[in-house]
Write a protein that binds this ligand. Structure first.
Ligand code: APR
Length: 310
């Protein structure tokens, strides 16, 4: 049977998610956006790339949610992107309303779906979707860590002039400036990073990763990154749709893991047909745990703000 994925938000991230899903023939795609004509036009354009690229899936655009019915997976990218000088947190309240509305509608038409959240500020938006959907925690997953580790891996590979596929990196915590690149567990073909670079270089790459989103916003001026974010969301979608059981860093609802409760925080998880099938608990050093606690505290501040609006 053909699978169906809804992408809410037909902007830069959403349209690129739709393109990647179609290109990989993962599922039929429904693009939803509030702007009249945009999802319809982009869907048609994507559909017409099929004969050239050789993919054969249905891509539909809509301003309402009826065509999304019975989606297996929903990726929520709708919202406002970050502008220069704006933190992800400034987006909080504006995007909260968007995610709440999108979640309500998606759940109404696809009560059995799995939700991947991309809209920022990511961890707080996951919490909003989790509460509004009333889904079990394995079915609400945030895209952050796959992107953050992709950035860290890119910078490590560039620095060492090695193939990026040899680089494994671990980034945990919230998707903000306080994210926690776990240097101790990052390696190149099994060789610890600490044996390949001095401390100052590692620190420089860690900071560049933490500011990876802002670096791109500064260049683009009118928006935020979308190629790598859409690639990351679609890697997660593929692992779920194909039940690949990839171990990926994702924002997951924690209930005591890492000493954190009642919050979405980035941790390594197994993604399969049931969504998050396992949360991995790595033994952290005291310093790493302190950084993770600090990052979780930053997430909690935002969650506390949106809880007053629930
Ligand atoms: N319902 C559906 N779509 C909406 C709604 C809504 N209530 N509100 C806004 N949108 C749509 C906009 O019309 C726009 O087409 O969401 C889309 C957002 O697209 P862009 O502005 O291009 O933003 P994008 O770069 O895709 O980023 C979207 O992902 O990475 C995050 O921080 C980023 O939160 C931002 C989100």
């Amino acid at each position: 049977m053909r699978r169906k994925v809804t992408v809410v938000g037909a902007g830069n991230v959403g349209a690129n998610c739709a393109l990647r899903i179609a290109d990989k023939e993962l599922a039929d795609v429904v693009l939803v956006d509030v702007v009249e004509g945009v999802p319809q036009g982009k869907a048609l354009d994507l559909l017409q790339s099929g004969p050239v690229e050789g993919y054969d899936v249905t891509v539909t655009g809509s301003n309402d949610y009826e065509p999304t019915a019975n989606s297996d997976l929903v990726i929520i990218t709708a919202g406002f992107p970050r502008k220069p000088g704006m933190s992800r947190d400034d987006l909080l309240l504006a995007n909260f309303d968007v995610v709440r509305q999108a979640t309500e509608q998606c759940v109404r038409y696809s009560p059995g779906c799995i939700l991947i959240i991309v809209t920022n500020p990511l961890d707080a938006m996951c919490q909003a979707a989790f509460i509004v959907s009333k889904f079990s925690k394995n079915r609400v997953i945030g895209m952050a860590g796959v992107l953050d580790t992709a950035r860290f891996r890119t910078f490590i590979a560039q620095e060492l002039h090695v193939a990026v596929e040899n680089v494994t990196a671990v980034v945990m915590g919230g998707h903000g400036d306080s994210m926690v690149p776990v240097v101790r567990l990052s390696n190149v073909a099994g060789i610890p990073l600490t044996e390949l670079m001095d401390q100052a270089t590692i620190q420089r790459l860690v900071e560049r990763t933490q500011n990876g989103g802002a670096e791109i916003v500064k260049y683009l001026k009118t928006g935020s990154a979308y190629y790598a974010p859409s690639a990351a969301a679609v890697e997660m979608a593929e692992s779920i749709l194909k039940d690949k059981k990839k171990v990926l860093p994702c924002a997951a609802y924690l209930e005591g893991e890492y000493g954190i409760s009642g919050l979405f925080v980035g941790v390594p998880v197994k993604l399969g047909a049931r969504g998050i099938e396992q949360i991995y608990q790595i033994k952290l050093t005291a310093e790493e745990q302190a950084m993770l606690n600090k990052s979780a505290a930053a997430v909690k501040e935002l969650v506390d703000v949106i809880m007053t609006r629930m």
